[in-house]
Design a protein around this ligand. Structure first.
Ligand code: SF4
Ligand code: SF4
Length: 135
């Protein structure tokens, strides 16, 4: 019963498609080699500078490169030796909530060996059955 309530809550109240399971393995990979998407993936330093006025999180990022997707950032708060966040207790909400399924809609994926997994709430059969009933 509890499972059913949880499923209903996630699907129809939170409008989620995935459950997040697991826990952070503190590898620090998601704090480096980051793309930033604000409408589109940020491509230039000028775009990025404007973005820094919008949220303090962006002031933590520094540009470390660029590829065909866009600018690549890493967070200055990541301790390179311990792989831990230097402001862990005060880290922004975006970091606390990571990973969220919006990551996938932004074209992102979980970092390799991330301790979290995103599991579909509905099975393929359930989705298929819903579509079949609609038609
Ligand atoms: S603030 Fe901390 S948790 Fe957030 S990206 Fe930077 S190092 Fe990672
Ligand atoms: S990639 Fe995953 S396991 Fe590694 S620090 Fe980020 S959330 Fe934690």
């Amino acid at each position: 019963m509890l499972k059913k309530i949880k499923k209903f809550f996630y699907l129809y109240i939170l409008r989620r498609k995935y459950y997040r399971i697991g826990k952070c393995a503190e590898c620090g990979r998601c704090c480096q080699k980051i793309y930033v998407k604000h409408r589109n993936v940020i491509q230039t330093e000028e775009e990025f500078k404007k973005l820094q006025f919008l949220h303090p999180f962006y002031t933590y990022l520094k540009i470390i490169g660029k590829d065909e997707t866009g600018l690549i950032f890493e967070c200055i708060n990541l301790d390179k030796e311990t792989h831990k966040c230097k402001i862990h207790k005060k880290r922004p909400g975006i970091c606390r909530r990571y990973p969220q399924e919006e990551l996938f809609s932004m074209g992102g994926t979980l970092a390799e060996h991330c301790g979290y997994k995103m599991v579909p709430i509905q099975s393929f059969e359930e989705i298929f059955e819903k579509i079949r009933k609609r038609h």
